[in-house]
Design a protein around this ligand. Structure first.
Ligand code: ITT
Length: 208
């Protein structure tokens, strides 16, 4: 029987990327499909701590193997902000995520006014965790280096993609195809590290 794996994120942009890259011989289900569950409070000090907490709590509540993602944008000129606070950097909450993305971007662009090009370095970070109801099974991370632009460019992706410049391609992430983004991105790297270990665990489970 195929193992059901819960993809424990409420962010539709992440769900799409995780589903595309985790396509494998297991059944991926979303929080909507098996919930509703109470929201897990992200009070860790690092991306890895938050990913671990989300995976362990949702696995315990759902009884399923659960993969979680905690990620964000780290900007050197802002001393690492927005970092683990990336999702709600603008200080507002709304069910309309594109509205929040727009306000988050606006805040970053305002804070970066006057910062010279060579000091606009930044990176996306992604921490992934797979847990079962009793324990952490796999943890991986990925990072994606870039520069913060002074205006939005491009319409694909989500979150801060329209202001994250990829020097090698001379485009923002929001100007890349989903495949190009997965090839380079923090989430793509973390998933490529997780996937073979997950496949091995699934094989052991099937044979055990
Ligand atoms: P879940 O906790 O339900 O997974 P979330 O969006 O609240 O959803 P995080 O706390 O991990 O997730 O916050 C991640 C934020 O970082 C996300 O909302 C975006 O603003 C930003 N982010 C992460 N990955 C990104 C990417 O690939 N492109 C653009 N922005 C990204």
């Amino acid at each position: 029987m195929r193992t059901k794996i819960l993809v424990a994120t409420t962010n539709s942009g992440k769900i799409a990327e995780l589903r595309q890259m985790l396509a494998m011989d297991s059944q991926l289900v979303s929080l909507d499909e098996v919930g509703p569950f109470p929201e897990v409070v992200e009070d860790g000090a690092t991306f890895a701590e938050n990913a671990r907490k989300k995976a362990c709590e949702y696995a315990r509540i759902s009884g399923l193997w659960t993969v979680s993602d905690d990620s964000g944008l780290v900007i050197d000129a802002l001393r690492g902000a927005p970092g683990i606070h990336s999702a709600r950097f603008c200080g507002e909450t709304s069910p309309d995520r594109s509205e929040i993305d727009r306000k988050n971007i606006q805040k970053v662009l305002e804070l970066m006014v006057g910062v010279p090009a060579e000091q606009r370095t930044a990176r996306f970070v992604c921490a992934l965790c797979l847990a079962d109801p009793d324990q952490v099974l796999i943890e991986t991370q990925g990072t994606f280096e870039g520069l913060i632009t002074s205006e939005k460019m491009g319409g694909s992706g989500f979150g801060y993609d329209p202001i994250f410049w990829v020097s090698t391609l001379k485009k923002t992430v929001a100007q890349l195809s989903p495949e190009q983004k997965n090839e380079l991105s923090h989430r793509g790297q973390a998933l490529r590290r997780l996937k073979p270990m997950l496949e091995e665990l699934l094989l052991l489970r099937a044979n055990g």
